[in-house]
Write a protein that binds this ligand. Structure first.
Ligand code: ATP
Ligand code: MG
Length: 254
């Protein structure tokens, strides 16, 4: 199966601390790749290496090669002398990211989508309206918010805010999606809703999802990557393990 992500020998330092150690991994084009591992094992840093977000921290140094399929086969996104990489703004638009804590903008539900469509994608007003509706429908939020699009987005529930952030990433027509613990702060019902949504989206986009929950990792993962101390410790393919085995592997990974 062809890969959406291929990482070779990735090292990330924050100041003197090395946070990722020679990480090598691939994520398939089809289905969800789940990243699991203890707090501090480097999962978020690994996700941020895929849209070069680590570079926003001035004391961060990155080496190694990250290749992504953003629509024309694997291409390197790692800047190096003599290598032409995509402009950063384009890369970040194509690699959609949803953070663990929903980061809705302090504006209305509608503006949360219209603003990036205007500023990032440069769409005219009429198209923004259509895209906004489409994006809200794709995350199952349209019926819940269509009569209160003017309401501040902060008044939505946690699960609704998480879906709004996902809608915002989708509206920009990404080539892949990164989700950092998308259900960490949600109840069982909202978690099930988001999981269904992720499984549906996985038929359209490669998804990389961080999860702390072994059962969820098994439910979602086509491939499951267990990290420990900034290293890839184990890789499982769908069907190889159940929740208990993953919990044991996570405990062993320490
Ligand atoms: N911007 C930063 N500056 C300095 N150190 C950082 C920065 N971001 C992460 N780190 C350090 O890198 C290590 C890995 O952090 P990271 O956030 O990637 O872990 P994680 O696996 O996502 O953890 P969690 O499950 O708690 O979210 C930690 O020791 C953390 O303190
Ligand atoms: Mg994290």
């Amino acid at each position: 199966m062809s890969s959406a992500v291929r990482i070779n020998d990735l090292c990330v330092h924050f100041g003197r601390q090395q946070v990722l150690h020679n990480v090598c991994m691939e994520a398939p084009r089809q289905g969800i790749t789940v990243l699991a591992g203890r707090s501090g094992s480097g999962k978020t840093t690994l996700l941020r290496a895929l849209n070069r977000l680590n570079e926003t921290f001035f004391h961060c140094r990155t080496s190694g090669v990250v290749e992504l399929d953003l629509g024309r086969g694997l291409e390197t996104i790692s800047p190096a002398p003599g290598v032409n990489v995509r402009p950063l703004a384009q890369l970040r638009r194509l690699v959609g990211m949803v953070f663990q804590t929903p980061n809705v903008l302090p504006v209305s539900v509608e503006r949360n989508l219209a603003l990036p469509l205007e500023v990032v994608a440069g769409l005219p007003e009429k198209e923004r309206g259509l895209k906004t509706r489409e994006a809200l429908m794709s995350v199952g939020l349209w019926e819940e918010v269509k009569d209160r699009l003017d309401m501040p987005a902060e008044r939505l529930s946690g699960g609704q805010q998480q879906r709004l952030c996902l809608a915002r990433a989708l509206a920009l027509e990404p080539a892949m999606l990164l989700l950092d613990e998308p259900t960490a702060s949600l109840d069982v019902h909202a978690t099930a809703e988001i999981e269904d949504l992720l499984l549906r989206l996985a038929s359209q986009y490669p998804l990389l999802v961080v999860s702390h929950n072994p059962e969820q990792a098994v439910r979602l993962g086509e491939r499951l990557i267990i990290m420990a101390d900034g290293r890839v410790r184990q890789v499982f393919e769908r069907g190889q393990v159940d929740g208990e085995a993953v919990a044991r592997a996570l405990a062993d990974a320490g």
